[in-house]
Design a protein around this ligand. Structure first.
Ligand SMILES: *Cc1c(COP(=O)(O)O)cnc(C)c1O
Length: 369
C-alpha cells in the first residue's frame, strides 16, 4: 500500500462540480483581480471566523506583512514570535524593517510559551505574533493578558488554523488582527497562492487595502509606496466553493487524528497533546520519536510519506544568522526539531491507510518499554 502525505486530487474530486463551475463563472465575467468574487469570499470568510472584516491577499506571507504594516510596525520595532515556525512568520516581520524576537515553545503543545513571551518584551516590543502551529490554537488567554497589561498588539499567525477553536471561538477572532494562508495544502487551500487578513478594526482594513494595491487611493493617486499583493478572483471563487466543506473536512481530520491516537497508543513514540480548551484541526499530525531520520527512511521504504515541520528552527537557518542566536538559544524548539515527524494527514485518508501506517510504525519503533 502507498500512503501519500496529502491528497489534493481526492479533495478536488470531492467538490469537482462546485469548484469547476465557480472557476468558469470568473472566466465568463473576466473578474480576475478584485471584483465581486473576492468581495463575496471576504464577506463569507469574515463571518466564518466571527469577525467584522476579511481582506483577501496574495498569500499568507503578504497577509502577515500587510497586517504588521497596518499596525504601524517598522524599523526600530521588535515583534515577538515563535522560534519553531515556518520562516514566513519571521520574514514578514523582517520585511517591515522590524526585528523578529524569537521565543521558545511549550514542550507539550509546540506553541509559544506565554512565560517566554513575557521575558522577551523590551521597550521596543510592539506586536506579539502567536502561531497556531499544526492547527492547534495557541493558549491565547495568557498571551492576551500580557498584551493588554504591557500595551502591545496581537497578530495571530493562523496560517495552519482555519476553523480551529479555542474556548469555543474561532482562531482569527482573538488578536487585533490575524493572518491566514490558503496555500493549496492548508486546511482551506486555494488552487495557487492566496491569503487573508481578518480583523474587527476598520482602520487596519483601509490601510491594508492601500498597501496591497500600490498605495492607490484612486486611479493615479498613490498615497504610499505599496505592493501588488491582491487576491485574484479565481482563487477567491475556489476558496468560497471550498469554504462550505471546511468544517466537514476538519471533522474528518479530527476523526483521523483520534484513530491515529488509538492505533499508536503503546508504541515507543509520543502522539500529539491537545490543550483542554482547544479544538485542534490537525493541519499536521505530528509525533515525536527517537532516531527520527532512521524511522522516516524505514517508512519511506514502505511507501509511507512523512514530513518534518520544521527540521531547522528559524534561529538556526542561514537566513537568520544576523539575529545572533545560536544552538542552545531555544532548547525546546531545538530538541523538538530533531524528533518531530508529521504523519500522512488529509480529510480523505482511509482507515486502511492509517492502519498500515500504524503497523509499519509498530514494526519499526516497537512498543513502549
Ligand atoms: C504557510 C504558512 C505561512 C505562509 O503562508 P504562504 O501562503 O505560503 O505565504 C506563514 N506561517 C505559517 C505558520 C504557515 O504555515
Amino acid at each position: 500500500m502507498k500512503v501519500p502525505f496529502v491528497d489534493l486530487k481526492a479533495q478536488h474530486a470531492a467538490l469537482k462540480e462546485e469548484v469547476e463551475s465557480a472557476i468558469m463563472n470568473v472566466v465568463a465575467d473576466a473578474a480576475f483581480v478584485g471584483g465581486k468574487y473576492v468581495a463575496a469570499f471576504e464577506e463569507d470568510f469574515a463571518s466564518y471566523c466571527g469577525v467584522s472584516h476579511a481582506v483577501g491577499t496574495s498569500s499568507g506571507t503578504s497577509a502577515l506583512q500587510l497586517a504588521l504594516l497596518a499596525m504601524g510596525v517598522g524599523p526600530g520595532d521588535e515583534v515577538i514570535t515563535a522560534a519553531n515556525t515556518f520562516i514566513a512568520t519571521a520574514e514578514a516581520i523582517s520585511h517591515t524593517g522590524a526585528r523578529p524576537v524569537l521565543v521558545d515553545m511549550d514542550r507539550e503543545t509546540y506553541n509559544i510559551s506565554a512565560a517566554a513571551v513575557e521575558e522577551a518584551i523590551t521597550d521596543k516590543t510592539k506586536v506579539l505574533v502567536p502561531v497556531h502551529l499544526y492547527g492547534q490554537p495557541a493558549d491565547m488567554d495568557p498571551i492576551l493578558e500580557i498584551a493588554k497589561r504591557r500595551n502591545l498588539l496581537v497578530l495571530e499567525d493562523a496560517a495552519q488554523a482555519q476553523g480551529a477553536r479555542y474556548k469555543g471561538r474561532r482562531c482569527g477572532s482573538f488578536g487585533h488582527a490575524a493572518a491566514f494562508s490558503f496555500y493549496p495544502a492548508k486546511n482551506l487551500g486555494a488552487y495557487g497562492d492566496a491569503g487573508a487578513v481578518v480583523t474587527n478594526d476598520a482602520g487596519y482594513v483601509e490601510s491594508i487595502r492601500l498597501y496591497m494595491n500600490h498605495g492607490r487611493r484612486s486611479a493615479h493617486d498613490h498615497a504610499v509606496i505599496g505592493f501588488n499583493e491582491r487576491l485574484d478572483g479565481l482563487q477567491a471563487a475556489v476558496l468560497n466553493a471550498k469554504l462550505s466543506a471546511l468544517d466537514e473536512w476538519n471533522g474528518l481530520r479530527r476523526e483521523a487524528a483520534s484513530r491515529y491516537d488509538s492505533l499508536l497508543a503503546g508504541l515507543d513514540l509520543e502522539t500529539p497533546k491537545v490543550l483542554a480548551d482547544a479544538e485542534h484541526i490537525y493541519h499536521l499530525y505530528v509525533v515525536r520519536v527517537k532516531q527520527r531520520d532512521d524511522v522516516r527512511a524505514a517508512l519511506a521504504a514502505k511507501d509511507v510519506a512523512t514530513g518534518i515541520h520544521y527540521p531547522v528552527p528559524v534561529h538556526l537557518l542561514d537566513a537568520y544568522k544576523e539575529l545572533g542566536y545560536g544552538r542552545g538559544s531555544f532548547p525546546e524548539a531545538e530538541g523538538a526539531a530533531d524528533e518531530i515527524m508529521s504523519l500522512p494527514m488529509f480529510p480523505h485518508i482511509t482507515e486502511e491507510q492509517q492502519q498500515f501506517v500504524a503497523a509499519c510504525l509498530e514494526e519499526i519503533v516497537g512498543k513502549k518499554s
